[in-house]
Design a protein around this ligand. Sequence first.
Ligand code: DX5
Ligand code: ZN
Length: 220
Amino acid sequence: MNKEYIVSPSLLATDPMNMGRDIKMLENAGAKWFHVDCMDGSFVPNFSFGYSIVSAINKLSDVTLDVHLMIDKPIRYIDEYVKAGADYLTVHVEADTEENIALTLEKIKSHGIKCGLSIKPKTPVSKIEKFLDKVDLVLVMTVEPGFGGQSFMPDMMGKLKELSDKLAIVNPACHVEVDGGIDVNTAKICKENGANVFVAGSACLKADDKKAFIDAIENN
Ligand code: DX5
Ligand code: ZN
């Protein structure tokens, strides 16, 4: 199945005092999705966007909101992030028990939006395998979650390939997203290993020509 390639610029890399300006700039550059990182200072050692920011972004823009929850026991906050306007809501398989993750995914889907499941670098594929036919997006972290601007981990490519091969059989329409250290070069490597959605924070926001950056990944 030939999937569309999509760049999802990470709003974590925008200027916090000028986020609205940066959002418009990324829209004008042709961004189809925005990646919104939500961190709780517990699941990861950093804090970022709560649901009030997601709601403000949703009011400003019609771009698809790809919300990445890096929070413990995310089931507690699903209703709020849905209400705020998330289009894709992705939780971490490590963030709760297997039973509760299943309930969390069901809860997301019951709201009629897309659900995603993410896997940290040290987590084996076996942890996520049973959920592959139940999600709309699988997010393979290519850095330890928590901070932008880290180096891409090429040793995640085996896991990416294994997951995308399995998805091609059990859930071919599922998006395969990568996040962390993605630029034009690392996106190419991820594409070769089955990824079709590319989160890009630092590299995208630092690019002088953001349209050319997005085009280089989406149309090559
Ligand atoms: C990290 C976040 C990423 C981050 C990526 O925990 O999940 O989405 O913003 O930033 P870059 O592209 O700079 O690695
Ligand atoms: Zn992210």
